[in-house]
Write a protein that binds this ligand. Structure first.
Ligand code: G6Q
Length: 543
């Protein structure tokens, strides 16, 4: 698929965007709206039940034309098609990137090395569904004959963030007599607090690890086994209280989990793209197989939209291009994700991994150092809480922070006027950021002269407003896929490998040597820099 392309900064559209930026940077959203009364309706797009208003961005028709031309010159469509057809586009790991196969309907075919992956996906889904039914109905009994009441997912990174986020997001749909806990950190407190009020004979551990070698997860899994055996006594109990989610059957068996109780996935599922694979077993246990299938169908609907819709109406492409616009031309360093939906409280944290692990790269696919900015920092909190903390800086600070507001027409918990109030805040915040308040407006309110500068809001701060009917399993799938493909679009333009994570791999090996030094009986040789040596020494004498 690799067509020779000019380096990004030499592409015609890129250079035209640089010139165009100089003109538009001086324009205020107030003027752009005044000049085009239909702007608020024109700069919108809708697909799969998700409505995107991107009119409050610092763009005009020329910007859009050039950004779309950039996508074209960068081969976004070709790269997308290569992904969907199972090509090994994760070149540094020589792997296909096929999370889209995880939600492809039964009967569709996607081949990798000649083998249809969709059929494999559905085999695992059916196994997960059978298992979930048994746990949810109480048919599956623990070692002492009691049904399972508590489910503890042990995993980290991609094997934790998706499951946690989905559990919180879909809590409304969960079976409430099951308790879910998630243990990720190697800090013993995480495990200790997760099981403090659980009894082992009613608890099931899901050990979720693609590699089954991750230090944190394996340490927690071993502690879980010790904890469970302290009351269940017999090794034979493990089979009733532990299942594995992994690609590594050998290590699973070594740990002592019967591989009949293993739910598999494949090397083409990246950790941060795995919440809809077997890694989502906790989600399926919580919401049930039917809802899980709905989640997958939502993902798939967005995949189809991304694959088949012209770019000017393509939600992930538009979202991705706008991020490139601010990151590379306005030098914006961050993007704020602001869901006005309490159930989405972990969504910003989830997106942090998806976006930053994918596009936090400094070399191109060919290994050349980039001469442009790549992935921005993603962060956020649910509204309205954020309004009472960090929004101040977004409104009146010196930095440009593009925001994504996410809201719903309907709430899952109707309560008096709460939902209208919540949504009034979405619209008001986006409006205030865009239009601000001039000195004249402030003066007209009778504000004393000396306070006027403090009460002026410059405005011209961009945002997207993303709206949908209500938060359902399908909607969550659409929303996640929307961002997955926006990240893909960015990565394709930046010409980076969005699917490797060498920075994470580094972390996995770094601590091992020092751990030995912290635990050694004999004083270790001072083999590090003077700071690290002194820190190790201080810890050894103080622990
Ligand atoms: C995700 C990363 C990383 C990974 C964790 C857990 O894309 O690769 O976050 O998910 O390091 O890895 P295991 O699932 O192999 O334990």
């Amino acid at each position: 698929m690799a067509t020779e392309r000019k380096p990004l900064a030499e592409r015609a559209a890129w250079q035209a965007l640089q010139k165009h930026h100089q003109q538009i940077a001086g324009k205020h959203l107030r003027d752009l709206f005044a000049a085009d009364p239909a702007r608020g309706e024109r700069y919108t797009a809708e697909a799969a039940g998700i409505f995107l208003d991107y009119s409050k961005n610092r763009i005009d028709d020329e910007t859009l034309k050039l950004l779309l031309q950039l996508a074209e010159e960068s081969g976004v469509a070709e790269r997308r098609d290569a992904m969907f057809s199972g090509e090994k586009i994760n070149i540094t790991e020589n792997r296909a990137v096929l999370h889209v196969a995880l939600r492809a309907p039964k009967g569709e075919k996607i081949l990798v090395d000649g083998e249809d992956q969709v059929a494999l996906v559905h085999e695992v889904l059916e196994k997960m569904a059978g298992f979930s039914e048994k746990i949810r109905s109480g048919e599956w009994k623990g070692y002492t004959g009691k049904p399972i009441k508590n489910i503890v997912n042990i995993g980290i990174g991609g094997s934790d963030l998706g499951p946690v986020m989905a559990y919180e997001a879909l809590k409304h749909y969960t079976q409430r007599d099951l308790t879910f806990r998630f243990v990720s950190n190697v800090d013993g407190t995480d495990f200790a607090e997760a099981v403090i009020d659980l009894s082992a004979d009613e608890t099931l551990f899901l050990v979720a690890s693609k590699t089954f070698t991750t230090l944190e997860t394996m340490t927690n899994a071993h502690s879980a086994r010790t904890w469970a055996l302290a009351s269940l006594k017999e090794d034979a109990a493990i089979a009733k209280h532990f299942v594995a989610i992994s690609t590594n059957a050998k290590e699973v068996a070594k740990f002592g989990i019967d591989t009949a109780n293993m739910f598999g996935f494949w090397d083409w599922v990246g950790g941060r793209y795995s919440m809809d694979s077997a890694i989502g077993l906790s989600t399926m246990l919580a919401i049930g197989p039917d809802n899980f299938y709905d989640l997958l169908s939502g993902f798939h609907e967005m995949d189809v939209h991304f694959k088949s819709t012209p770019f000017e109406k393509n939600l992930p492409v538009l979202l991705g291009l706008l991020t490139v616009w601010y990151a590379d031309f306005f030098n914006a360093q961050t993007v704020a994700i602001l869901p006005y939906e309490q159930y989405l409280k972990r969504f910003p944290a989830y997106l942090q991994q998806l976006t930053m692990e994918s596009n936090g790269k400094h070399v191109t696919l060919e290994g050349a150092t980039v001469n442009y900015e790549t992935g921005p920092i993603y962060w956020g909190e649910p509204g309205t809480n954020g309004q009472h903390s960090f929004y101040q800086l977004i409104h009146q600070g010196t930095r440009l922070i593009p925001c994504d507001f996410i809201g719903f027409f309907k709430t899952l918990n109707p309560l008096g006027r709460h939902h209208d109030m919540l949504m009034a805040n979405v619209f008001a915040q986006a409006e205030a950021l865009a239009f601000g308040k001039t000195a004249d407006q402030v003066k007209a309110e009778g504000v004393p002269e000396n306070l006027v500068p403090h009460k002026v809001f410059e405005g011209n701060r961009p945002s997207n407003v993303i709206l949908a009917d209500k938060l359902t399993p399908a909607l969550l799938g659409k929303l996640v896929a929307l961002y997955e493909h926006a990240v893909f679009t960015q990565g394709a333009i930046w010409n980076i490998d969005s699917f490797d994570q060498w920075g994470v791999e580094l972390g996995k090996v770094l601590a091992t040597r020092i751990l030995g030094e912290l635990e050694a009986e004999k004083e270790p040789a001072a083999g590090h820099d003077s700071s690290t040596n002194a820190l190790i020494q201080k810890y050894r004498v103080s622990k």
